[in-house]
Design a binder for this molecule. Structure first.
Ligand code: HAM
Length: 429
């Protein structure tokens, strides 16, 4: 195939064999978020470039190196969203739905775009489910976000494989004081820092804490600690969060080097990490951003949220073999009909059964075929039962009912009794 007809590097098709697991994951999250009282919001995939520059921060990897930015036909600079928080803040401001202190508990799902180096668990188009809560400033809501992810890991069967890392970046005042102390310390060791950290020291010094360079990490061992610079408000907030996690029994480790790659955070930051995926081990991450709404032109409005990477979590379900049996089976019953009269009767019968059992996954053979070929298709579909409609069954107004998996003889079921019979045989999702 010529190159122009291939998908763009780092942007993947999600094939029919993969979508059941995606839908299982997305469905589990959506149900859980409904139960916790979150409402879905849908934002456009493209926004003005300025939005991301102003919110994520000009000197972040995302804005400096990773955005898909282009001019549209009007000459406006647009960007494919690299994340959801900025657009969500823009949307709530634009529609005035956080005004007057209105609480909003929102979630979204969809593709995000970052021009990163693709590898396992890291793509250029990837998918997030994100949550954003506005106008709640206490640690109780930070705790709720973490508690509900903990429940999600439990429901998905991956709780033992993830670890929670927590940190507090403090209010902007305490972070400012810490930044000064850190810059003073690192400046004394300037010539021993790696090149990237030397640059970050000037542009975004807290990000030096995030370095992967071993020599710089060694220097950082003696650097001032954020925890020593937290003001009382930030400290109490963080204590409040920890007390709530303790009350529910959620284990965590404090990681003083956790600063996150986006500039809008204050106070709580957290990441759920796993060692099951190799280098790309963060499956869910977020934190509080009390200054962001104001920074984007709104009234001061506390905010907190997180996003999880769907590809990474689906990979985890596969790696840990947490794939429920029923999602791999997509057909319950397969109807085979032989001859034109049987096809017509079969079609009408299938619709009557669907009226009575709306959740039944009933597939009607299409494309006719011999007894042997239809049976082969029935078997390949994964169905539990085949329904057979030939001349003999037509004459007696019955269908042949044949178990395809395991034991059981073929029986004849009257057309009128078919739905009731299927209801007793099949546990419907
Ligand atoms: P983030 O840490 O940039 O935060 O991304 C959140 C999650 O998205 C990551 O933990 C990871 O699971 C997934 N992810 C990020 N980049 C990629 C990629 N290239 N390929 C695959 N998965 C990826 C945010 O985006 C913030 N907006 C989260 C947030 C919401 N904070 C507050 N509210």
């Amino acid at each position: 195939m010529s190159k122009s007809l291939q998908a763009i590097r780092g942007m993947n098709d999600i094939l029919p064999e993969q979508t059941p697991l995606w839908r299982h994951f997305e469905g589990t999250v959506a149900r859980l978020l409904d139960n916790y009282g979150y409402k879905q919001i849908r934002m456009p995939i493209v926004e003005f470039t300025e939005l991301f520059k102003r919110s994520i921060g000009e000197v972040t990897d995302i804005v400096e190196k990773e955005m898909y930015t282009f001019d549209d036909r009007n000459g406006d600079s647009l960007t494919l969203r690299p994340e959801g928080t900025a657009a969500c803040v823009r949307a709530v401001l634009e529609h005035g739905i956080t005004g007057g202190g209105q609480v909003q508990k929102l979630w979204y799902v969809g593709p995000m775009f970052r021009h990163e180096r693709p590898q396992k668990g890291r793509y250029r188009q990837f998918h997030q489910i994100g949550l954003e809560v506005f106008n709640l400033e206490g640690p109780d809501i930070d705790a709720e976000l973490i508690v509900l992810t903990w429940r999600l890991w439990g429901e998905l069967g991956i709780r033992d494989a993830v670890k929670l890392e927590l940190n507090s970046l403090g209010t902007s005042e305490s972070r400012g004081r810490y930044r000064e102390a850190l810059v003073a310390f690192l400046s004394e060791h300037l010539d021993k820092l790696d090149e990237d950290s030397q640059r970050r020291l000037k542009t975004n010094p807290l990000r030096v804490l995030d370095t992967k360079n071993a020599d710089t990490q060694a220097i950082l061992a003696d650097a001032p600690k954020m925890a020593d610079y937290l003001d009382d408000e930030s400290r109490l907030h963080f204590e409040g969060l920890k007390a709530r996690l303790d009350a529910v029994g959620i284990p965590y480790v404090i990681n003083p080097k956790l600063v996150r790659g986006l500039d809008y955070y204050s106070k709580t930051v957290f990441e759920w990490v796993t060692d099951k995926l190799g280098a790309q081990g963060t499956v869910c991450a977020g934190g509080r951003y009390d200054g962001l709404v104001e920074q984007m032109g709104g009234k001061p409005t506390p905010g907190v949220g997180f996003a999880m990477g769907i590809e990474r979590l689906v990979l985890m379900l596969e790696t840990l073999e947490q794939i429920p049996e029923e999602i791999s089976r997509q057909v319950d019953v397969y109807l085979c009909a032989f001859g034109e009269a049987a096809e017509l009767a079969g079609l009408a019968l299938a619709e009557r059964v669907r009226d009575q059992l709306p959740n039944l996954r009933l597939q009607v053979n299409a494309g006719a075929g011999s007894f042997k070929s239809q049976f082969k298709k029935a078997d390949k579909s994964g169905a539990l039962y085949a329904l057979i409609l030939g001349d003999d069954e037509m004459a007696r107004q019955v269908v042949g009912f044949k178990p395809l998996r395991g034991q059981g003889e073929q029986q004849s079921i009257a057309w009128d009794a078919l739905a009731a019979h299927l209801a007793t045989c099949i546990v419907q999702g």
